[in-house]
Write a protein that binds this ligand. Structure first.
Ligand SMILES: O=C(O)CCC(=O)C(=O)O
Length: 268
């Protein structure tokens, strides 16, 4: 119900705390095995960046992503078999500006996507908790007209750059209008809690008063197994039209389809 009215819900204590700790331990194992790579990918503060698809390295992470209770809820919400597309694992808060996931995870028909965010430890306020704008999933931002205007305003750019320009305009409009269309909320999460958000819910990482404080968490990007997820090219170019060609195949784990869509690695 919260997902319909608020665009966001938290399931308390769904994940096994020992499994959450195992993901963190696996991350340290990965770091020991890949010291040079880890060091080469640090940010300006010397912190590790977000890790893509860690579930394809860590069995514990794969177990979190295929949690039977969470997946059963997604099956129900999609009205179809839910699968895992990709994931992001965060050692630190992201401080990511307000955005929607729809341009990055677009489906045909639209909206067959949920972000499933898992707290791997009790999230400290100073680490920059996840935030969202309750109710703002209902705000309309028209990507078709944004794309049309982007092409008209910047005919000098290549199509790839026009798409990035359109994405900037779209993200800007979401960030500016979200506070008028929803209520700002910080997600208070403890180890084992799981948040699920609607693909149109504006959200991000709040400012961290202590950016070196850990904020261990993993978000799984989930979609029905019979629908492919596309990126911003598809979102703008194919809006309302035929689906772009399939991009990836699936493997299987714990009775669930898992997209083969990128190896584990830092997002730089
Ligand atoms: O965890 C966060 O701070 C933000 C994550 C996020 O915005 C996302 O995964 O889309």
């Amino acid at each position: 119900m919260d997902l319909i009215t608020k665009g966001f819900t938290i399931l308390r204590g769904v994940q096994d705390p020992a499994l959450c700790q195992q993901v963190i331990d696996d991350y340290y194992r990965y770091s020991r095995e890949n010291v040079g790579y880890v060091d080469a990918c640090r940010d300006d503060l010397g912190r590790e960046r977000r890790m893509v698809n860690f579930h394809r390295y860590s069995e514990a992470s794969m177990r979190l992503g295929t949690n039977p209770r969470v997946m059963a809820i997604l099956d129900y919400l999609f009205g179809a078999e839910a699968s895992v597309y990709t994931s992001l694992t965060f050692k630190f808060g992201t401080q990511q500006p307000t955005h929607r996931d729809t341009p990055h995870f677009s489906t045909w028909p639209e909206g067959y996507f949920f972000g499933v965010w898992n707290a791997l430890e009790d999230i400290a306020p100073e680490s920059g908790p996840l935030f969202y704008f309750e109710g703002a999933h209902r705000m309309i931002v028209d990507q078709v007209s944004i794309w049309r205007e982007a092409k008209a305003k910047r005919p000098d750019l290549s199509e790839a750059d026009q798409l990035l320009y359109a994405l900037d305009v779209y993200n800007g409009e979401v960030a500016i209008r979200a506070p008028e269309n929803g209520v700002y909320r910080l997600a208070e999460m403890k180890r084992g809690d799981v948040a699920i958000w609607h693909p149109q819910t504006p959200h991000g990482g709040s400012p961290a008063s202590d950016p070196m404080r850990s904020r261990w968490s993993t978000v799984f990007h989930c979609a029905p197994a019979d629908k492919q997820v596309h990126q911003h090219h598809g979102f703008f170019l194919n809006a309302g039209a035929a689906e772009p060609p399939a991009r990836y195949i699936f493997s299987e784990a714990h009775g669930r389809k898992i997209a083969v869509a990128g190896e584990p690695g830092f997002q730089v």
